[in-house]
Ligand binder design. Sequence first.
Ligand code: HEM
Length: 151
Amino acid sequence: MKNLLQSSLAKFLTIAGFALCACFSANAQTIDKDDSIYQGLGKKEGITKIVNDFVPMILADQRIAHFFSKIKKEEFSELLVAQFCELAGGPCQYKGRDMYESHQGMGISNAHFNALAEDLQMAMEKNDIPSSISNRLVAKLAPMQRPIVSK
Ligand code: HEM
């Protein structure tokens, strides 16, 4: 009798264990990260087009162009694509330097920062990104203002 009880209990625990696991894994599939900004930007392809318009805009913008005289355009563009893609919730990993390290001591002001953000908005507009999406990407960039601005 005791054996029977023990084996029934063991069976119950096994089944309960499986049920619990199934429940957790089903949950894991439903708690996917939010990639709606990434989708709204047109995924990696759309982001690449935006960056390909954005970088020449920065280089032509007399308010900030002087900062970029020595950059390697291709490398810089690739880093921006990865960074925007990751921030937008896409399947990318930004592997560049952090924002404080890469802008330290450049003398970037809030006005410079806003000029660059304005160029990015224009590049997104040019690519027909709805403002509901572009505003959300810019909001993700806002916390970077503090480590980037040093003047
Ligand atoms: C939200 C705003 C900004 C973002 C997301 C951003 C992003 C980046 C990234 C990803 C890099 C490459 C880092 C690396 O080399 O590993 C970089 C470098 C650079 N950024 Fe920014 N940046 C921002 C604002 C600015 C502003 C406002 C300026 C100047 C007006 C600026 C000037 C530069 C320059 C000159 C470099 C090249 C640094 C070097 O090669 O040593 N950035 N930025």
